[in-house]
Each structure stands twice: as structure tokens, then as C-alpha cells.
Design a protein around this ligand. Structure first.
Ligand SMILES: Cc1cc2nc3c(=O)[nH]c(=O)nc-3n(C[C@H](O)[C@H](O)[C@H](O)COP(=O)(O)O)c2cc1C
Length: 374
């Protein structure tokens, strides 16, 4: 038995105990049915990866109809989604992992075709600086309140389905980040304007979810929050803004903070002279008031160990767990030499990789997923 620190359990302040510090971060397989209901292929995909990790997080699930970002995405916006979500949660928990549902709203990061003729919505009518993006419609104040409630209703469904927690997707340029960003949020009402007012939506979502959890969930239910610390747009989110937001999120009752980065130790995208990794700046503010999950090209046991030695609570392995579902078990068995760091097209069935996921991996992830003969 190996004595890596990352194999040690962790107990949250609410009493939830996780068997080790390895997390499968949210990664959509784009394999839900057209109406967002979980497919059996997805259930098997998560079951295959639930045997070793401490926490397994699903790909994003939209909380509202207009919040759908892509085809094959999970949905949690209707009660009819619950029975299959319950089967998914049961499969994830059956082998000892904590099962967390990532909940999100795409905001402007979608299009009229995906929304079956409806115009995308966002904080303001500003389109993303990406090819083919569409100009969204600004949500009315009443609609903003409704979306916040949608996050609460989605959480109630996650509780009903038997998940151990939810992760609020406040990262990767989706709606919650769009409200926090001075690029996408040009409002002058209570939901925009100053930095303080731009925090009202993310904090409002956390407070609503907390209210639902306190009322309906077991005391060990976990509420996580995922952030992207910076944007490159000008104006855009800077690390100082994020360091101001974080204490407010903690105050509002999150149980963990998950920092979304492409490379775990990366430094500022905006201030190239600053050599301190972003996660260290964030750690100084979080100061262990809640645990942190960090992510980004962590693949080898030594990479995960460094994260824990540097006093972060959890290391998430994304693409590595797609390639190697039994990563933790192989480490525990002292069989590290057999850990796969490449993805062979002949292993797709064994790995439970569906056709839509395979297509997606061959797109934006082609350089990092390491396909053997590509
Ligand atoms: C196929 C795929 C799907 C992803 N889907 C999501 C998602 O649904 N939600 C999210 O927050 N991040 C998503 N991500 C980002 C991952 O959670 C993670 O941050 C990223 O892959 C970097 O970690 P890695 O280098 O260990 O793969 C996805 C990544 C991949 C490869």
C-alpha cells in the first residue's frame, strides 16, 4: 500500500467524509438524450470511474431551458429528469465516491439552433468575443430572479435524486461568470455596475442554494463553487476581482472552492511579470476556511502529491481519468507502471467513451488527450 498524502481521507466541516483527495472534475460526455435526460451509456461511464476517486463530479447540467449550452448536455430543469439522475447518482455512489452534480446556465455561450429558435440570454446584450457568437438578449430583473430560483429548484432535484452535493458552475465563461464580468455585464441596476453589484448574482445563487439545502438536504450535503480566476477581455475579470468575490462566496455558505485552470500552476494571463501561481494567491484568501480543489494537467501521482504537499486539499484529474478510470486503484496496488497516459482508439469500448465524447475529444482536446496513433 502506497503512502501518498493524496490517499488520505478528508472530512468537511459539515461532517461529510471523502475517502481520498482525488477528484474527477466535471467533464461532459455530450451523450444525454435530446431532452437532456441521462442516457444509460453515461451511467456506465461514471460507474467505471467511481471505484477509486474520492469525489466524482458530473458534466454540467442546465438549470433552465434557455440555459442549455450544447447538444447532449444533461438537464436538471424539470422534474422528469429526476428518475434517471437518481440512477446516475446511485451508480456514482455504488463504488464509494461522493456524487456531485454540476449545475449551470450557459447564458450567452449558446445559440439559437441549440435553443430551438429562441435567442440566447445574458446579463447584457453583449456578444462573446468568439467566432460565430450571437448577441444575447438582456435578462429582465424579474427573469434574473427566476434564474436564481431555477438554481434552487435544480438543487432540490439533485437532493431528490440522491446526490451528495452540487457544484455551482461559476466558471468557463457561462452565465454566472457573465454576471461577474465587466465585459458581459453592462447593467446599471442592482445586478451590475460596480464590482459589488456584479457580485450580487453569484452570491444570490449561492444564498438561494444554501436556503434550499438547509431546508431539504441531509446535513452532510456539499455545495461547491467553480471559478475561473481571470478573463483576457478588456474590460474583464482580473485576479483582484476574484480575490474580492471569494470571501463573499465563503460567507454565503459554500463548502468548497474549485479553481478552473488549464494548467494547475499557471500564473496570471494579464500580468506577465507576476510569477506567483494563481492558485497560491487564491489560497492566501481562502486560508483553509473551505477546502480547495485545483485542476489542470495533473496526470502523474507525483503531480497530485505536490498539490497536497503544497496544502491544497484536493487534486482533480480530468483527461487522465478519461484515459485511466482505475488510476487510484493502480496507485493503491503499487501498479503505477500500468497507468495509461495515452488514449488508444481500440480501448474506447472498454473505457465507455461514447461517439459524441470521442468527437469532442478530437476537437478542442486533441492536443492534450494524447491519442496514440494521432
Ligand atoms: C471532455 C471534457 C468535457 C468537459 N466538460 C466540462 C464541464 O461540463 N464543466 C466544467 O466545468 N468543465 C468541463 N471541462 C473542463 C475540466 O473539468 C477540466 O477543468 C479540464 O479538462 C482541465 O483538467 P485536465 O487537464 O485534468 O483535463 C471539460 C473537459 C473535458 C476534457
Amino acid at each position: 500500500m502506497s503512502d501518498y498524502q493524496f490517499l488520505k481521507p478528508y472530512t468537511f466541516a459539515n461532517g461529510a467524509t471523502v475517502r481520498n483527495r482525488i477528484v474527477m472534475p466535471p467533464m461532459t460526455e455530450r451523450s444525454a438524450f435530446e431532452n437532456g435526460i441521462v442516457s444509460n451509456d453515461e451511467i456506465e461511464y461514471y460507474r467505471k470511474r467511481a471505484g477509486g476517486v474520492g469525489i466524482e463530479i458530473t458534466g454540467c447540467a442546465n438549470v433552465s431551458e434557455l440555459g442549455k449550452g450544447f447538444e447532449g448536455e444533461l438537464a436538471v430543469n424539470e422534474d422528469r429528469d429526476v428518475p434517471q439522475l437518481a440512477r446516475l447518482a446511485a451508480a456514482m455512489k455504488s463504488r464509494g465516491a461522493k456524487a456531485i452534480l454540476q449545475i449551470f446556465d450557459a447564458g450567452r455561450m449558446t445559440n439559437t439552433a441549440i435553443l430551438r429558435g429562441e435567442q440566447p440570454v445574458s446579463a447584457s446584450a453583449v456578444k462573446a468575443l468568439r467566432p460565430d457568437s450571437e448577441t444575447p438578449r438582456e435578462l429582465s430583473e424579474e427573469e434574473v430572479e427566476t434564474v436564481i430560483k431555477d438554481f434552487g429548484d435544480a438543487t432540490k432535484r439533485a437532493i431528490k435524486a440522491g446526490f451528495d452535493g452540487v457544484e455551482i458552475h461559476g466558471a468557463n465563461t457561462y452565465l454566472i461568470q457573465q454576471f461577474f464580468s465587466p465585459h458581459s455585464n453592462r447593467r446599471r441596476d442592482q445586478w451590475g455596475g460596480t464590482l459589488d453589484q456584479r457580485m450580487n448574482f453569484p452570491v444570490g445563487v449561492v444564498e438561494e442554494i444554501r436556503r434550499v439545502v438547509d431546508k431539504y438536504a441531509p446535513s452532510t450535503f456539499i455545495v461547491g463553487y467553480r471559478i475561473s480566476p481571470e478573463e483576457i477581455e478588456d474590460p474583464g475579470i482580473r485576479i483582484e476581482d476574484t480575490l474580492t468575490l471569494i470571501p463573499n462566496l465563503i460567507e454565503s455558505g459554500i463548502d468548497y472552492l474549485h479553481v478552473s485552470l488549464n494548467r494547475v500552476w499557471q500564473t496570471s494571463l494579464n500580468n506577465k511579470t507576476d510569477t506567483q501561481p494563481l492558485i497560491e494567491k487564491i489560497q492566501n484568501v481562502v486560508a483553509h476556511k473551505v477546502p480547495m480543489i485545483v485542476v489542470g494537467q495533473i496526470t502523474k501521482p507525483a503531480d497530485a502529491e505536490k498539490v497536497i504537499e503544497d496544502d491544497f486539499e484536493f487534486a482533480a484529474l480530468g483527461q487522465e481519468l478519461i484515459r485511466e478510470p482505475n488510476w487510484v486503484q493502480k496507485v493503491v496496488a503499487g501498479d503505477e507502471d500500468s497507468i495509461r497516459y495515452e488514449l488508444s482508439p481500440s480501448d474506447l469500448d472498454e473505457l465507455g467513451i461514447t461517439a459524441p465524447l470521442w468527437d469532442f475529444l478530437n476537437g478542442p482536446f486533441k492536443k492534450t488527450i494524447h491519442i496514440t496513433n494521432a
